[in-house]
Design a protein. Sequence first.
Length: 202
Amino acid sequence: MGCLEIFIGMLGLFSKPISIFEDYLESMKKVFCLVGMPGSGKSAVARILSAEGYRVVRTGDVTDDEAKKQGLELNEVNERKIREGLRKLHGDDVYAKLSHPKFGEEDKIAVDGVYNEAEWEYWAEKYPEARLVALISDTGERHNRLVSRNVRPMDFEDAKARDEAQLVHLGMGKVLDRAHVVVENNGSYDELKDRVLGLLDV
């Protein structure tokens, strides 16, 4: 065998280590997917993770973007119509599919909002290392947060309606049951931050 053939053979050997190294880099990603009922603290945890260097994408922005396209006011009635319409047209995982391109090539990722099993299965397929994090709060505490929040506050009837939509129509309970980590959030923001940083290997 001549020198040229040997050299070409060596190039073939190097292709596998490069592929293995690329797979290793991919496996170093840290991905957290946040699931929880309205007012449970997903956005607060997203802020905590963002401060730790995570790229956060709020899947609910899909609704906001679509409302702007249609010239609709952001309120519970219009948002519900948009959510149901998009899922009917494009499938139950549409929010995950439309949010995914926003991440790019970041190694630390946080998905703010997983609402049904199809969305979770989409993320789990794209990021096998993803961990599903469930935020749990008492119903009264959640509703009080929704009523008093500065951005898009709800009244108590809207809060109850959103709960029903997510539990009955989307099946969020099934997603909560699949969580790798459960974070209780009935206290202060500082308590939540300590709990998140303690439970999650950020």
